[in-house]
Every structure is written in structure tokens, then in C-alpha cells.
Design a protein. Structure first.
Length: 323
């Protein structure tokens, strides 16, 4: 009989640069290796990810699977077929966990029996220190999943962060179910973000309760390019796209024109020339806040247009089938 108590699950795409630091940290895990396992899903990587993962299989209780269909949701669906134990830890391929990380999640689940979803502390591991304007005005939780300002105790599942989260296996169901097209996909330049939130919110809607603790701790590797303004603003657009999917209630009652929310559309139009001019100014907090808000609005409109186009295509397809 298997002694596995917990499965650590993550997907990776071109993770060869970050995986060694993550897996080296897991080699220091304080829990006996027969009590846990790792399920890593290679999502059709083009670099040396496969070789890196295989090189650790003699040092870790590591199972490696391959998912050819691009997209994190498909990779994790593959991983869900190989779970063991009472607890599942979902994470990413760019975290550095503390040695007692897994043990702390197990203890937390045992202590908080009335809760089924657990979040842990996420601190930054900066490759390059961000500039002051980003540290002061950037939404670090949205950008890098940092959550050191989150209080310990019961929380909304919307505040559960994907790089450091755990779930009782009994509440998960058959698969990793999120909205189609939500989350990282290497074939799409700009995708709506928030698949981790959507997953946790679905479980909460079904009755699960979430709890946050600072005891299960990881550091999230933030690459040099991820503190540059261009990347940050593209992230804002992805966040806006995800809002339309994850929180449709924000837009259901809004007046619309040609299927687009009027308020967001008018504000985007008014700010478009201002944003163009602002990009020529020196970086500052005020400048960033205005550009960030415009990026989020752009993401909202982009997703509404995308959904409208998809609905129209589906209608045309049905009409064609009916002939």
C-alpha cells in the first residue's frame, strides 16, 4: 500500500532555467520521500526541460509526464490523472520552497479540519531589484503573486495564489476544470490570466473554505525582464482579460454598445492619446498608475471583442450545420 500523503503538482513550459533551483530546494525536503511525490508535466517544452527533469528522478520521488497540447490547463489535467495522497499542492516551476514546505502544509491541513483550500506565503526572489516606482505603485500580488501583506486566517478563495496552494484531494473532482482559454498558453501572445483563481473559486462555490498561513513558505523567482515596464503593462492587459472571465458580475449590469461596456470603452478612447504622450515622459508613480489603468481597460475590451467574435463564429457554424 502506498504511503504517499501528498502530491506536489506543477506544469512547466521551457522551465530549464528555473527548474534546477526549484528541484534542488525540494531535495532538502524534511519529509520522508515515501510520504510524498512530485508530478511534473512537461507542456511541450522546446528547451532542455525534459532532460533537467529526468536528471532529478534518482534524487526525488519525481514522476514526469508529457502533454503535447499547449496550455497550462491541459498540462494540469494530465497531472490530475496521477495524484496520490490526501493533499495536493499546486505550484509553479519557478519557486524555491523551504525545506519544511510540504510538512507545513500537511500540519496545516490537520490543524484546520474545517477548511479544504490552503494558501502559503510567497516572497520575491528578485533577479534584479525593481525600481522604486514599481515597488511603491505596482500591484505586486497581480504581477508576481506576492502575498506577504495577507493576514493569517480564513480568506476568500479569490486570494489563493497558484505558486503556493494546497487542496484536499477529496474536493477536487475528476480534473483541473477552469474556463476554456484561461491561463498560460505558449501559442497565444496575450492570454487572459487567472486560471488559479478560477479553479479555487469553483471549489469555493461548491462549498470549500479557504485558509491562509505564512508557515508553508516559498520564494518566487522573478526574472530580470519581468520588472521592465513593457512586461508589467502587458501583464495588466492579461489581468483585464481575465477579469471578464472570472468576475463577469462586474460587467453584467453595465450598459453596452456593440457588446462592449460603455464606461470602459469611453475611458479607453479618452486615455489613448494621453497614454501615447505619457510613454515619452520619465518613469514615475503617477505615470505608471495611468498607464496601468489603461492596460487593464485594454484587456477588458480585448476579451469582450474576442468573446463576441467567438460567439458569432459559433453561430455561423451552427447555421452552416443546419443547412
Amino acid at each position: 500500500m502506498s504511503k504517499v500523503k501528498v502530491t506536489v503538482l506543477f506544469s512547466t513550459y521551457n522551465g530549464a532555467k528555473t527548474l534546477p533551483r526549484m528541484l534542488d530546494a525540494l531535495c532538502a525536503c524534511t519529509l520522508s520521500k515515501d510520504e510524498w511525490k512530485i508530478v511534473a508535466v512537461d507542456n511541450n517544452s522546446k528547451d532542455d526541460t525534459s532532460q533537467v527533469l529526468k536528471s532529478y528522478q534518482d534524487r526525488l520521488p519525481l514522476e514526469v509526464y508529457f502533454e503535447p497540447k499547449q496550455g497550462k490547463q491541459y498540462a494540469l489535467t494530465q497531472g490530475f490523472r496521477h495524484l496520490e495522497g490526501e493533499l495536493v499542492i499546486l505550484t509553479d516551476d519557478d519557486v524555491i520552497p523551504e525545506p519544511d514546505w510540504i510538512a507545513q502544509f500537511l500540519d496545516l491541513a490537520n490543524e484546520q479540519q474545517q477548511f479544504d483550500i490552503f494558501g502559503g506565503l510567497i516572497l520575491p526572489e528578485w533577479e534584479e531589484k525593481p525600481q522604486p516606482w514599481l515597488m511603491e505603485h505596482g500591484h505586486l500580488g497581480i504581477l508576481y503573486a506576492l502575498n506577504d501583506d495577507l493576514e493569517v486566517g480564513p480568506i476568500s478563495a479569490a486570494l489563493i495564489s497558484g505558486p503556493n496552494s494546497a487542496f484536499r484531494r477529496s474536493i477536487l473532482g475528476a480534473g483541473y476544470i477552469v474556463h476554456d482559454g484561461l491561463g498560460p498558453d505558449a501559442t497565444v501572445a496575450q492570454f487572459p490570466m487567472g486560471e488559479d483563481t478560477a479553479f479555487a473559486l469553483r471549489l469555493e462555490k461548491n462549498g470549500a473554505r479557504a485558509f491562509h498561513s505564512q508557515r508553508p513558505k516559498v520564494r518566487h523567482m522573478v526574472r530580470k525582464g519581468y520588472v521592465e515596464e513593457g512586461w508589467v503593462l502587458r501583464r495588466g492587459e492579461r489581468y483585464g482579460m481575465g477579469l471578464v472571465i472570472i468576475r463577469p458580475n462586474l460587467f453584467n449590469s453595465k450598459a453596452k454598445i456593440f457588446g462592449l461596456p460603455i464606461g470602459s470603452t469611453l475611458r479607453w478612447l479618452l486615455m489613448a492619446p494621453v497614454s501615447f504622450v505619457l510613454k515619452g515622459f520619465p518613469q514615475s508613480g503617477t505615470r505608471f498608475k495611468l498607464l496601468w489603468a489603461q492596460s487593464v481597460r485594454q484587456g477588458i475590451l480585448r476579451q469582450f471583442i474576442k468573446q463576441r467574435f467567438s460567439a458569432r463564429s459559433a453561430t455561423y457554424a451552427q447555421l452552416g450545420m443546419g443547412k
